[in-house]
Design a protein around this ligand. Sequence first.
Ligand code: HEC
Length: 117
Amino acid sequence: MNLKKFLMASGLSMVLVLGACGGGEDEDEGTDEPATEEDSGASSGDVDAEGIAQSTCASCHGEDFSGAVGPALAGTSLSEDEFEETVRNGRGQMPAYSEDEINNEELSALYTFFSEQ
Ligand code: HEC
């Protein structure tokens, strides 16, 4: 019983969080956000970091992320903070990516993906 309540409550808060991100309480279904890369069920671990990296970063950082126009990302020695700061703010020819393009969950999944290579 209690567990069920708990699960329902956490499910509800997730909906609220997602709703807050979208900024629209009125239309909470079928908003046409360009969420092409992933399912809407965004529980952590579901993010296709490799897919995002391939389609968004590989053109400059190399198909195997060992470096091209930009430096190698595979096995990066950056801290997660440095990594996220660079992606959010850009640097030199490195474009900045806003949360609309890469959300925080995806960004941290990308960091994990690169640092594990
Ligand atoms: C248009 C080309 C381009 C794209 C696309 C691009 N980058 Fe970069 N990136 C660069 C360049 C060039 C640098 C080097 C910037 C500098 O230091 O002047 C860089 C640097 C970085 C750095 C800092 C690396 C270090 O060791 O200091 C990170 C982290 C990074 N990019 C992540 C990403 C991620 C993640 C993506 C995909 C979401 C991405 N980049 C897409 C060009 C690109």
